[in-house]
Design a binder for this molecule. Structure first.
Ligand code: SAH
Ligand code: SF4
Ligand code: F3S
Length: 486
């Protein structure tokens, strides 16, 4: 267990939140230059890279999957934990070697590290030419063109309005079946451990019509699943006043009433019963019964909720400034079970060893896991981030060894619970959306059920993007195995 934790501080069947993500789609539309993007961190960043590719495409760049061929390399970075930043620093030193024999290449650092470190990054990382924060991507073509003339540039302006609503993302790592749609940006929550409010700025919601239109366009192109993204989707809110403000610049349709997240979910679900709708992340303080009833009303809204608890102890939750306690959280889980039943998938994020956490308080995290029975979790040990409330107010006093041991206990507990939850699916018939062949073998297909679990079935030549009924026959803690039912 220790060995695993040295290298990864996260374990989950779908490691979308942790792994890096590279340009895999080669586009050759005859443009004169090539762009390579590598993204780190959360799905929000992956989605932003697709916006960046679109902006660059309009300015003479095709994408490439080979950084050796690139005129411009962008690293879209994450600051959430120290390790995320160290990974990017290491990567930059690798690119240093390439730049030595190709000095005309432009290297840009985008995203949350750009925002956190600003012009300090140019000083610290000599090979970096441009540093651009998440709200300033429209300025990228200017900055890159100045860099080509030898002038380094920084833009880390954070906006209260920018949502990139009018930009059609270039799908960079697409299986042609599933796509992300950002519905909001920023975060106003100020959890004490978290750097996101500082790197992403104030929360703002995107025009619902532009969201529905993006979903419709994707469906018309053959996509079968969209995931609506925001740091706290339940606080999505679009009001007529905001719409009127936006209409002064852009001719959008009129929205006469306030649109909340439940309304938006319904609007997207109505695009087509054949288009699955997912969303992430739900905040326990904000998730409403209205959202749960909307999920229940539409078969194509997937029965899966990512509801990060962070800690199972009320005192620690208060220090974390999560604004809910253990009881409130358990009450929300009860609402999910009452409205959506046992089969609704629930996953979580957990932080081990937050400032002053005692052994008993750590036990509360283990016991809440036993009560909720998460299908899977993203698990971390606390990493102090400069500038956050916790860094200012509390001492990072839990020794690293203790943090790692507590994390190991959490990971072990989750593996056992995942297996228990997966076993409950054996014998059931479920609908899965086939995504392609499995990583292990061409003879197997990989799909996902409504609860977001990966299901492996024999490859009988079914095309990716097809919905099939499958009987679950076996499982591991991370995967279900099934066979087709006719
Ligand atoms: N908006 C989401 C979380 C986004 S960050 C929410 O509120 O749930 C993703 C996860 O990273 C968090 O849920 C938390 O578990 C983890 N995380 C954030 N800051 C961290 C830190 N300083 N140390 C360790 N883990 C952290
Ligand atoms: Fe960070 Fe909290 Fe906002 Fe999530 S809700 S992004 S943890 S501040
Ligand atoms: Fe990381 Fe920024 Fe996302 S800090 S987790 S990339 S919002």
């Amino acid at each position: 267990m220790e060995n695993i934790i040295k290298d990864i501080d996260i374990i989950a069947p779908d490691q979308a939140q942790a792994c890096d993500f590279k340009t895999t789609v080669e586009e050759d539309t005859g443009k004169s230059k090539k762009l390579y993007i590598e993204s780190y961190g959360c799905q929000m960043n992956f989605s932003d890279s697709e916006i960046v590719a679109s902006i660059m495409k309009d300015n003479g760049f095709d994408t490439t999957s080979d950084y050796e061929q690139a005129d411009v390399i962008f690293l879209n970075t994450c600051s959430i934990r120290e390790k995320a930043e160290l990974t990017v620093r290491k990567r930059l030193s690798q690119f240093n070697a390439i730049k030595k024999h190709k000095p005309e290449m432009t290297i840009g650092v985008l995203g949350c590290m750009a925002e956190r470190l600003k012009d300090k990054l140019l000083e610290e990382e000599k090979i970096v030419d441009v540093v651009v924060g998440p709200d300033a991507y429209r300025d990228l073509p200017n900055l890159v063109s100045s860099a080509e003339d030898g002038q380094k540039g920084v833009n880390t302006f954070l906006s209260r309005e920018e949502t990139y609503a009018d930009i059609a993302p270039v799908r960079l790592n697409s299986n042609g079946i599933s796509a992300f749609i950002s519905i909001m940006r920023g975060c106003d929550n100020m959890c004490s451990f978290c750097v996101v409010p500082f790197t992403r700025g104030r929360e703002r919601s995107r025009d619902p019509h532009s969201i529905v239109k993006e979903a419709q366009d994707l469906f018309e192109k053959g996509y079968k699943e969209v995931t609506l993204l925001g740091q706290n989707v339940d606080s999505y809110k679009w009001s007529p006043e905001e719409n009127n403000k936006a209409r002064l610049n852009k001719k959008e349709e009129e929205v006469s009433t306030v649109v909340n997240f439940a309304n938006l979910l319904e609007m997207v679900a109505k695009v087509s019963p054949q288009l699955r709708v997912r969303f992430s992340t739900s905040h326990p303080k904000d998730i409403t019964d209205e959202v749960l009833y909307t999920m229940k009303a539409y078969d194509n809204i997937c029965k899966y909720i990512h509801l990060p608890v962070q800690s199972g102890n009320s005192r620690v939750l208060e220090l974390m400034n999560r604004t809910y306690d253990r009881e409130w959280y358990l009450n929300r889980v009860q609402a999910i079970r009452e409205i959506l039943g046992e089969e609704c998938g629930i996953s979580s994020d957990m932080i081990a060893g937050f400032c002053t956490e005692t052994e008993e308080e750590h036990q509360d995290t283990l016991t809440i896991m036993d009560i909720v029975k998460y299908d899977f979790s993203y698990m971390f040990y606390y990493s102090e981030r400069p500038g956050t409330l916790a860094a200012k107010k509390f001492e990072d006093d839990i020794p690293l060894e203790t943090k790692k041991r507590r994390l190991a206990e959490i990971i072990e507990k989750q593996a056992a619970i995942s297996l228990e939850r997966n076993k409950m699916d054996i014998g059931k018939v479920q609908e899965i959306l086939v995504e392609g062949t499995s990583k292990r073998s061409e003879e197997q297909l990989k799909g996902r059920n409504s609860a977001n679990k990966v299901v492996i079935i024999p490859n009988t030549g079914i095309q990716p993007g097809t919905y099939v009924k499958v009987k679950i026959t076996d499982c591991s803690s991370a995967t279900l195995f099934g066979e087709l039912v006719s």
